[in-house]
Design a protein. Structure first.
Ligand code: FES
Ligand code: FES
Length: 884
């Protein structure tokens, strides 16, 4: 042990610590300062733990407390509070740099250290100073803006009040600070791992080291005797079905007699500390009898392949889509392109791993199980947990969430935390490492696609065939939904009269596929938008004009046969054209030398409000004549809190502070569907508009507009609004049927440089033209676009999840400040016939066009086309060598 004196946020502390105790643990565990976060298993990769030590930005997970004797330390809590924020915190909030907020405290501290030594940094200096701080949400654009704005504040050039929107200005189309942003900027928003639960046991999980095997024996005897161990549990100790049933009941909470993928959970160990639990977990002995491992659909569909789930065949779903006669139309087409494309398995990569807290309120059979996690569908997940754990009396609470991008459409750590709380009758904290979080979360599905696209002599599309096989991985999660979404958006922005598709979903022993930003459309859009460029070239047509002339028109139908009412895509192409011309002209002057510049485009018509969707929101008039909105609409960082607040405040002419939100708790809200599929603005915002309209109607009928008046008149004070999308399903034989009620339209352009000697690609700029309908919060729209395009570029060029190999942010190739690029966004606001105030939703569309735009730009730059994502330098070099 060593003695060390530290001054933290202006106050002195004497500590006696183990020599290897890191500053981050000391701040979080001893001083309960939870502003500094951790994402990367203390490997120094994420920067979320950044604090200032003696004037320098330091990753506190790398600093040993014992080595800091006499140091002066500042964490984000030492800067300011929501009532009295520091100018840097103001700058982050006003710039829209705070989305999920998980990276924010670390970013702010790195910014403070930079501005203290360099009051007026340029972009390159900012990128250098914040190079160790990762962010998945923002694409770094608004963070760089925030640093520059903070510099201006601190230099006295401008004040926050000069930047802050007037609170009395309109509510729609104005970027008022998000309700939760300052709490996050001050490090006070509680993420699940920040929640202190008295007497909590820490749990660790023994996970399969095999990809596919029978469990022959489990020996926990040594583990049970280890220091601090409270107990162990296996599947036999779970009282419910032990099945997490999203679509199929194929996933055990804890494996019984067989493991089907690396990382499958088998034993839970509870101990007094996390270190003790993990040490005991390592002492559990499991003997396996290996079974054949099938990581690809080809292996799982081979003759004699072992069935991975006894009750479900390996080919677990197939859905054709037939419209017209595509084969005949292709045979008669003047030009046809044909190719095979594939996309990789990918991790959604939210910065926060998967912490969860669970405890019992009360005792015995009547006790209430409380689960606090990151769910984006708290009611659905609570119902799944109730059945899996056999415990009806339950409440789910949504903590602040460090991003999710689809992961949290699935149960991740909650079932284990809940099961452990019930079994050990102790509060539990389950804080998986990043590596473990990667093993236990579902991934973006890899697609293999065989494509033919045809056009007539005039360049009009005639037919599209796309047979695609999807590697579902080991558990179903929402694989079928991903296929249906891919089919509903298969024809993209275009009128394609003939379609012929066979989609197949195949169980393998690979990591489970699940929801991931876009979930299906990004994969099929990569194939279609690549083929569109190939066909335009074959016809010697300009790719933008080719897309514009083939745009769907109102009254025509998408690939499901559903007729659309609105389709403002040609106008978007027109708004986009000057930017495209500018980029083409600039690229033309970069043709000499080994570094070639290219321009590529791709489009999306992303569906909003899927068939069968419905939402509910309630508003209650409060005694101060403000309102409270009740709706289980999660906000893992997109800004749903802004959207709901501003819609209600705008419709009722209230200041934002008189609109309260109750969204995070199953006791106080009704089910309103997942914060997924870009549906919250359109569906829940739409339900909220209807609830407010009900309230206003009652006020008009009664002739009073206030709480007291309505109460005296005996009128209700709480009003329900509902929103229903079109109903129906795709026909199982033809894939024909309804599609989304509305669409958000987008066209993106990548400007890239390809080094033909190294194969390296540098994205210089992404430009996006988007028509989402009337914009409620412009900064949130930009933030979604920027973050989505940053993710899309990672998907195009670098990122890939390889089960068993990808363990941290380095092996994942996380985007950083250094890989960040310029972005420009052009907005058209065509009001939609049925949206919330005419608005749609934008979260997922943002990355759908990005990968094909980048791949088309690479081809434009150096003449080689990449068919298999990601387009790594090795693939580009190999393609160049083959002259493809
Ligand atoms: S936790 Fe310190 S850098 Fe990631
Ligand atoms: S705001 Fe940076 S990780 Fe979410």
């Amino acid at each position: 042990m060593r003695k060390t004196f530290l001054k933290v946020n202006g106050r002195g502390y004497q500590f006696v610590v183990q020599p290897d105790r890191v500053l981050l643990d000391l701040l979080r565990e001893d001083l309960h300062l939870t502003g500094a976060k951790q994402s990367c298993d203390q490997k120094g990769q994420c920067g979320a733990c950044t604090v200032i030590v003696d004037g320098k930005a330091v990753r506190s997970c790398l600093a040993k407390a014992a080595d800091l004797d006499g140091a002066e330390i500042f964490s984000v809590e030492g800067l300011g509070t929501p009532d009295n924020p520091h100018l840097i915190q103001e700058a982050y909030v006003l710039s829209g740099a705070v989305q999920c907020g998980y990276c924010t405290p670390g970013m702010i501290m790195a910014t403070k250290a930079l501005l203290d030594r360099n009051p007026n940094p340029d972009t390159a200096e900012i990128k250098q100073a914040l190079a160790h701080n990762l962010c998945r949400c923002t694409g770094y654009v608004k963070i760089i803006d925030a640093v520059k704005l903070a510099g201006r504040f601190l230099r006295g050039e401008i004040t926050p009040d000069q930047v802050r929107p007037d609170p009395r200005s309109g509510m729609i189309g104005v970027s008022h600070p998000r309700p939760s942003a300052m709490l996050k900027a001050c490090g006070l928003a509680e993420f699940a791992a920040d929640i202190k639960v008295q007497d909590a046991a820490e749990v660790a999980v023994v996970r399969s080291t095999e990809h596919h095997a029978l469990i022959t024996s489990i020996d926990t005897s040594a583990a049970e005797k280890m220091p601090g161990v409270i107990g162990v549990m296996t599947s036999k100790d779970i009282q419910g079905t032990n099945r997490i049933k999203a679509i199929f009941d194929d996933q055990p909470v804890l494996c019984e007699d067989r493991v089907r993928s690396l990382g499958d959970p088998i034993v839970v160990v509870a101990a007094e500390t996390r270190d003790q639990a993990q040490a005991a977990a390592r002492a559990v002995r499991i003997v396996y009898d290996p079974l054949p491992v099938m990581m690809t659909p080809e292996e799982a569909l081979a003759d004699g392949a072992v069935q991975i789930h006894s009750r479900f065949p390996n080919l677990c779903y197939r859905q054709p889509q037939i419209k017209g006669d595509a084969q005949k139309a292709l045979a008669r087409s003047a030009a046809v392109v044909e190719a095979r494309f594939s996309t990789q398995m990918n991790h959604q990569a939210p910065l926060e791993p998967e912490p969860c807290v669970a405890y019992l309120e009360g005792e015995g059979e009547d006790a209430l199980l409380v689960v606090i996690g990151r769910s984006i569908m708290i009611h659905t997940h609570m119902a799944i947990l109730q059945a899996a754990l056999g415990w009806e009396n339950m409440r789910y609470e949504e903590a602040f969430s460090g991003g999710q991008f689809g992961i949290k459409a699935s149960i991740t750590s909650e079932a284990i935390a809940g099961a452990a709380a019930l079994h050990f009758k102790r509060p539990v904290r389950y804080i998986p490492s990043l590596h473990e979080a990667m093993l236990l979360t579902p991934k973006r599905h890899p697609f293999s696609m065989k494509v033919k696209l045809g056009a007539d002599r005039d360049g009009k599309l005639t037919a599209y065939a796309n047979d695609f096989i999807v590697n579902n991985g080991v558990y179903q999660h929402i694989g079928i939904v991903v296929i249906i979404r891919a089919l509903q958006m298969l024809s993209g922005s275009y009128n394609i009269p003939n379609i012929d598709v066979l989609a197949q979903l195949v169980y393998t022993n690979n990591a489970a596929g699940g929801a991931a930003r876009g979930a299906g459309p990004p994969q099929v859009a990569f194939a279609l938008e690549s083929a569109m460029d190939m066909l335009a070239h074959k016809l010697d047509m300009d790719p933008l004009e080719f897309r514009r002339m083939n745009s769907l028109k109102p009254g025509q139908s998408v690939s499901t046969g559903a007729v659309v009412e609105q389709w403002p895509f040609p106008e978007l192409c027109d708004a986009f054209r000057p930017h495209y011309e500018r980029a083409k002209e600039e690229a033309a002057s970069f043709k000499d030398g080994p570094v070639k510049r290219g321009v590529g485009i791709a489009a999306t018509a992303f569906g909003i409000a899927s068939p069968g969707d419905s939402a509910v929101a309630e508003v209650q008039l409060d005694p101060d004549d403000g309102i409270t909105i009740y709706a289980a609409a999660a906000d893992p960082g997109e800004g749903n809190d802004s959207m709901l607040t501003q819609i209600a405040a705008g419709l009722l002419d209230l200041p934002m502070k008189k609109v309260r939100l109750v969204t995070r708790n199953t006791d106080q809200t009704a089910q309103t569907g997942p914060a997924a599929a870009s549906r919250i603005t359109y569906m829940v915002g739409g339900a909220l508009v209807n609830a407010v309209e009900e309230m206003k109607k009652t006020m008009e009928e009664t002739g009073v507009r206030d709480y007291e008046g309505l109460k005296k008149a005996g009128k209700p004070l709480r009003f329900i609004g509902k929103k229903k999308a079109v109903q129906g399903n795709l026909d199982p034989e033809t894939g024909q049927g309804p599609t989304f009620e509305s669409q958000v339209h987008n066209i993106q352009m990548a400007e890239v440089e390809v080094n033909t000697e190294t194969g390296e690609v540098r994205v210089i700029k992404m430009t996006a033209a988007v028509d989402p309908g009337p914009v409620i919060h412009p900064q949130n729209l930009e933030g979604q676009m920027e973050g989505g395009m940053d993710q899309g570029v990672g998907y195009a060029l670098r990122e890939e999840y390889i089960h068993g190999h990808t363990k941290d942010w380095i092996t994942f190739k996380y985007p950083t400040m250094k890989t960040a690029f310029d972005m420009e966004i052009i907005v058209r606001e065509t009001p939609r016939l049925k949206g919330a105030l005419g608005a749609t939703g934008i979260g997922e569309m943002t990355m759908v066009s990005t990968a094909p735009a980048v791949i088309n730009a690479i081809e434009d730059a150096c003449g080689v086309r990449i068919y298999d994502l990601p387009a790594t330098p090795e693939k580009i070099k190999a393609a160049l060598a083959q002259g493809k």
